[in-house]
Design a protein around this ligand. Sequence first.
Ligand code: HEC
Ligand code: HEC
Length: 327
Amino acid sequence: MQLMITRFFALLLISIVMISCRGQLSDKPPIHPQQNMHDQERFNAQQENPFFENNMAMRPPVEGTVARGLLRHDVALFEGQDEDGNYITENPMELNRDFLNRGRQMYDIYCAMCHGGTGDGQGIIMTGDYGYVPAPTFHRSASYEMPEGELYSAIANGIRNMPAYNTQIKVEDRWAIVAYIRALQESQNVRETEMDRYDVDLAELRQIYTEEREREEALAAARAVGADETVSVERGERLYVQNACNACHSTDGTDLVGPTFAGLYGSERNFTDGTSQIADEDYIIESIVEPEVLIVEGYDNVMAAYTHLSQSELESLVEFIRSLSDN
Ligand code: HEC
Ligand code: HEC
């Protein structure tokens, strides 16, 4: 009798094992002897539920709930601002060599093609005829005075015509880039007498610099041969678009980043230094090649210098601007 019971249980065990292991892959749902956990009553997404006062089965999160990992109460870190909304003037991250190297990496990936490897605004996109708004150099007083928080904000939110990079660049990396821009600024302002603090071969640097200058001059000379010397309104209008002046200056009176060109020629201009002047040819050319000298009242000093335009190109732009005035 006892033997029979043992055999019975042994058989039962074997059959259970065989049911649960079918031995090969199958598309069919597994066999569930017990279904009551599987088919329970539940509510679908967006379904009604009269149990609650507002009849919503889905309960909204308690007010003030923040999703995991999205708590951004540190405004200095995430917005680059202090409690009063002013830009902070110090990098909130710990500065060390690894962090700077990270900044360099990120800068070379995301900024160098426009702002240039050294931050001089001569990135590859700016040197071709792509018609993009010129990226300002980081080696001018306006950029030196820019607080770290504003540099951060330029990456996070974009600035004027420059798009935001917040979806591509993480918060820590944005600060690493800010630190690296500061390092770039330092790097361009070392006195020769202080160079022995650095592990560089000054003679070699001079050699590279001279060669680069010679190459550039040869290129400019080659371009000047057979260059278009015509001065016309039509050429000026083409240059206005090609050089992206239209990103900041309208021709129909609309105020963009800069003053409109409509009615500009011959009108009196007032500047932030308290002086004023009639907009004639000399003034307009100076405004294009040295825009930082006179800043029109009510506007920011943000226009990059257009140093690559030839005399006939500048004069064509003047003719075009003149054509937008009655006088
Ligand atoms: C596609 C070209 C392009 C890229 C890439 C780019 N910028 Fe810019 N940036 C510009 C242009 C153009 C302006 C000027 C916009 C204007 O004045 O309307 C500008 C302006 C700025 C300014 C304001 C400078 C000033 O003096 O007013 C800062 C700061 C800046 N960029 C930082 C960065 C950083 C940091 C990166 C990389 C994360 C970056 N930019 C990537 C084109 C670019
Ligand atoms: C990134 C925006 C921007 C771009 C691009 C730009 N400018 Fe400007 N420009 C300004 C701003 C802002 C001012 C006013 C502040 C100042 O005087 O620098 C200005 C001032 C001027 C003025 C003086 C205007 C006045 O009301 O007295 C002239 C002329 C001018 N720009 C010509 C040009 C030309 C030509 C181009 C293209 C080759 C150009 N700008 C491209 C922003 C820009």
